[in-house]
Design a protein around this ligand. Structure first.
Ligand SMILES: Cc1ncc(COP(=O)(O)O)c(C=O)c1O
Length: 434
């Protein structure tokens, strides 16, 4: 029997974050006073931003800013209600029509955030006798969407298709409907889902396939259309989810699928029905980003040029990048406190990047997650490389063969063989060009 106590007692006694603050290495909630996207001003100093998801650098594009202002002039600043009732704009429907074409699907639905899109899509579709097969590194919003749904979930080892096949064979017979759900680009390790194999297994075992392309939209494929396009398999996933909070310089999310599926979700997804609509400026922003992606290929080209340069240089220095293949390039540090201290030193040296610690990564596998933008200049990147190399040596992460070997075996143990593949000279995967 539990003993009644004060619910708030834990708030008073929980001190994990306070200890990190007291050590002077707390890396969260740094207030940004001014920003041009790739550089920010925090605590009175300019720093190179390598911790954002603004892959195409479009948050400050003049056409995008103008589009956001035009949307405000036409529709005002907010929708003040759910799309279901009073908040549905012609602008939302225009955006959905554009996104359906862009993503190669019959239909699309835009929601207020990416998180709500996963909550809404998964909870609406998965019934009591259904199952989700979920990659262990899937984003928290997928995990919460599964928890909210009536169905069950079975996890498989990260991007491990033999393990996915094993769990499907073991359990598929117990359920009615089934869906394989995975990120297209994994947000921490930066690797790309083995989508062709997921698709094959889905077909073979009568499982639908749902890809969360939050970090793939604007990044993979000839025009940034995402994972299916990267593998030259457009239209092959049953559902694609995306967010506008990264490459599309805004806020909001999208689910794209067949007309039937979108119609169903639209009338069943409580996070869509009972939450206010994406604001006009956000929708106008995304529409203009879609125009820019069509008309200005240089942003995607620059993004990959920058990502390739950074991956090549970090690997040459001896950093372990967990086999990243995208503009998300993690640097394996080891224990949490070292990652906090490393991030703090970066910050003091004018580089803004945040650490990723447990439970977001396995215990002892803390990272500095770095990510690159189309608008980083060579000067920005060379500066980051110089600081990283100096601090990497100071912290004994690189330039110490024993430590490098320890980190390699840690990476192999937790992230598999691909995390330690000898890629020193190999470029990160280039987007498939048409
Ligand atoms: C893989 C993935 N899915 C979903 C989301 C949620 O998107 P949003 O920021 O639009 O809520 C994120 C954001 O971090 C993400 O990385």
């Amino acid at each position: 029997m539990a003993t009644p106590n004060d619910l708030f007692e834990k708030c008073r006694t929980w001190d994990d974050a306070k200890k990190v603050q007291a050590a002077g290495v707390y890396p969260f909630f740094r207030p940004i006073a001014a920003t041009e996207g790739s550089r920010v001003v925090t605590h009175g100093k300019r720093r190179v931003m390598i911790g954002s998801n603004n892959y195409l650098g479009l948050t400050h594009h003049p056409r995008v800013r103008e589009a956001a202002k035009r949307a405000i002039d036409q529709y005002g600043t907010g929708c003040t209600g759910s799309r279901f009732l009073n908040g549905n704009l012609v602008l939302h429907e225009e955006l959905e029509a554009r996104l359906a074409v862009y993503l190669g699907k019959e239909s699309a639905l835009v929601l207020a955030t990416g998180f709500l899109s996963n909550l809404g899509g998964l909870s609406a579709l998965m019934g009591r006798n259904d199952v989700i097969y979920s990659d262990r590194e899937n984003h928290a919003s997928i995990v919460e969407g599964m928890r909210m749904s009536m169905g069950e979930s079975v996890r498989f080892r990260h991007n491990d298709m033999a393990d996915l096949e094993r769990v499907i064979k073991l359990t598929r017979g117990k359920y009615e409907g089934a869906m394989i759900v995975a990120d297209g680009v994994f947000s921490m390790s930066g690797d790309i889902l083995n989508y062709p194999e997921v698709h094959r297994l889905g077909k073979e075992h009568n499982c639908r396939v749902y890809v969360d392309d939050a970090h793939a939209l604007g990044v993979l494929g000839p025009k940034g259309q995402g994972t299916e396009f990267h593998f030259n398999m457009p239209g092959s996933a049953d559902i694609v989810m995306g967010t506008f909070s990264k490459s599309f310089a805004s806020l909001g999310g999208v689910l794209a699928a067949s007309e039937d599926v979108i119609h169903y979700i639209k009338h069943k997804a409580r996070p869509f029905i009972f939450s206010a609509a994406m604001p006009p400026a956000a929708a106008g922003t995304v529409l203009e980003c879609l125009n820019i992606v069509e008309e200005e290929p240089q942003h995607l080209e620059n993004l990959w040029k920058n990502a390739r340069k950074m991956a090549r240089e970090f690997r040459r220095m001896g950093f372990n990048t967990l086999g990243s293949e995208t503009p998300i390039i993690p640097l394996l540090i080891g224990d949490d406190l070292a990652a906090f201290a490393f991030s703090q030193k970066l910050y003091e040296n004018g580089v803004f990047a945040t650490p990723v610690v447990k439970p977001a990564v396995p215990d002892g596998c803390a990272l500095i997650r770095t990510s690159y933008m189309a608008t980083h200049t060579d000067e920005d990147l060379d500066y980051v490389l110089e600081v990283m190399e100096r601090l990497g040596k100071e912290f004994g992460i690189i330039g110490n063969s024993e430590r490098e070997e320890q980190l390699r075996s840690l990476a192999r143990h937790h992230f598999g063989e691909r995390a330690v593949a000898p890629r020193a000279a190999a470029p990160v995967t280039a987007p498939v060009t048409a």
